[in-house]
Design a protein around this ligand. Structure first.
Ligand code: PLZ
Length: 448
């Protein structure tokens, strides 16, 4: 039985009008009047429906989605397993507040997280509404558990937009400019960014680890560090993949020094990189993992999962929130997890990664403005530079994005230097649709 009472949305690209079309243009004028100017807009079309890897705007254009709403609808937009559970949950009840009166969905999501996350030790979880809120809780719990204050973060990091998570985030513009003062006791460390560093992977790893541990010991004192938090592949920073050995080295150092090692898997988690979690690539077992985005197929849900003794260190009532682990979001998460398992989406992420990487590498050979191709699984990126150099070329990137938009392909950008095109397609995208979208990207570079 399908949960859709309407016609399925064809999984094909269709250009009906200019983008934005007349109806979108009208709605965008209202947006301008009604909505804060502080919000950006990556794609100038107003969406009426979306399913799988296609979004349809109010003018009838069907757009290929290579962004998944920033890595959220990993299981495809309006995945039937998510939608049917959401409808069922909403009809049962919409809210209690889990700390007022509990319900099974919350418990089941925590059980699933404790099982799916790497590490054979006993684990427990809490649920929140957003990645930033979960990161805040992760730090708060790590500080309470260790009775230490300092938090170690990295160059190019992104952890959110709340006060503490802005402080953890590296990039000033647009995330921090004018929004301070920021939380203290945050220490930023060098991040081995292979494309912009020198030496082979082993050298970069050794250099970076030596630098980080030296700075921790000389500038903070290891015994004052509550947590080291890192994205296993940096997302907003530009899909920066650390060289082999860096994450295991950090994790080992943390363990030796009683520091909680936190993996922020908000963007990398839930099948995206061809594993459930990106840290699995090097068999790293973080003490704590933060998840969000892909966890619930589009509904707001986030989680902190960690060693049981860390999660239990807080006094009763020390953790909470009104909406965290809302029953409808939990139902969506259970649907998304079912989709990942039953539809073999971890495996699918690897296949998508292969197609993406092959096509992007071929484009990089043809177009010298593509300086680097990197990523893992269905999380791939290209870095756009001035031909013959490594100078960032955001202008060329903007032209490429504009061309793709006009031709009905949604692609997101990223990067400390604002010059990275990133690919986060829904894992239910067909090979044909993916290849078609990449063909348009190829045309966009040819048209430069
Ligand atoms: N940690 C690794 O990628 C969110 C930001 C979109 P929230 N990334 C998308 C934007 O411009 O605001 C993110 C992330 C990592 C934490 C977060 C924060 O997650 O759900 O946006 O709070």
């Amino acid at each position: 039985m399908t949960s859709h009472s309407h016609e399925p949305l064809p999984q094909s690209r269709h250009i009906a009008t200019e983008i934005p079309g007349p109806k979108s243009a009208q709605a965008l004028a209202r947006r301008k009047e009604a909505v804060s100017a502080g919000l950006g807009m990556a794609f100038p079309a107003v969406i009426a429906r979306a399913e799988g890897a296609i979004m349809e705007d109010i003018d009838g254009n069907r757009i290929i989605d290579l962004g998944s709403g920033i890595g959220v609808v990993t299981v495809g937009n309006a995945n039937p397993r998510v939608v049917s559970r959401v409808i069922e949950a909403a009809q049962a009840f919409t809210h209690t507040n889990f700390t007022t009166a509990p319900y099974l969905g919350y418990i089941e999501v925590c059980e699933a997280l404790n099982k799916l996350t790497p590490g054979k030790f006993a684990k427990k979880s809490i649920l929140q509404n957003s990645g930033a809120e979960a990161v805040e809780n992760a730090i708060k719990i790590a500080r309470h558990y260790t009775k230490r204050a300092a938090v170690v973060v990295f160059e190019h990091a992104y952890h959110g937009r709340t006060n503490l998570t802005m402080a953890l985030t590296a990039k000033n513009m647009p995330y921090k400019e004018g929004f301070g003062p920021f939380a203290n006791e945050i220490y930023r460390m060098p991040m081995p960014y292979a494309y912009r560093w020198t030496g082979d992977a082993a050298t970069m790893t050794a250099d970076a680890l030596a630098d980080v541990t030296h700075k921790i010991e000389k500038e903070i004192g290891a015994k004052n560090v509550a947590a080291i938090i890192i994205e296993p592949i940096q997302g907003e920073g530009g899909f920066i993949v650390p060289p082999k050995g860096f994450l295991p080295g950090l994790s080992e150092y943390a363990t030796q020094n009683g520091i909680v090692f936190i993996a922020d898997e908000v963007q990398t988690g839930f099948a995206r990189t061809g594993n459930y979690f990106a840290v699995e690539d090097e068999n790293v077992e973080p003490d704590m993992i933060v998840t969000a985005k892909g966890i619930a197929g589009g509904l707001p849900l986030a989680a902190v999962t960690a060693r049981a003794e860390i999660m239990d260190s807080s006094h009763i009532g020390g953790l909470g929130g009104t909406y965290g682990g809302n029953p409808i979001a939990c139902a969506a998460a259970l649907g998304a997890m079912e989709a990942i398992a039953e539809d073999k989406l971890v495996e699918r992420a690897r296949q998508i990664g292969k197609i993406l990487n092959e096509r992007l590498t071929a484009m990089a050979a043809k177009y010298s403005v593509i300086g680097d191709v990197r990523g893992r699984g269905a999380m791939q990126a290209i870095e756009i530079v001035v031909a013959g150099s490594k100078d960032p070329n955001p202008a060329a990137m903007a032209s490429v994005i504009k061309y793709c938009q006009a031709h009905g392909v949604l692609i997101l950008t990223a990067g400390t230097y604002g010059n990275v095109i990133r690919f986060l397609p829904p894992l239910v995208i067909s090979d044909e649709l993916l290849v078609e979208a990449l063909g348009i990207l190829d045309d966009a570079f040819a048209a430069l």
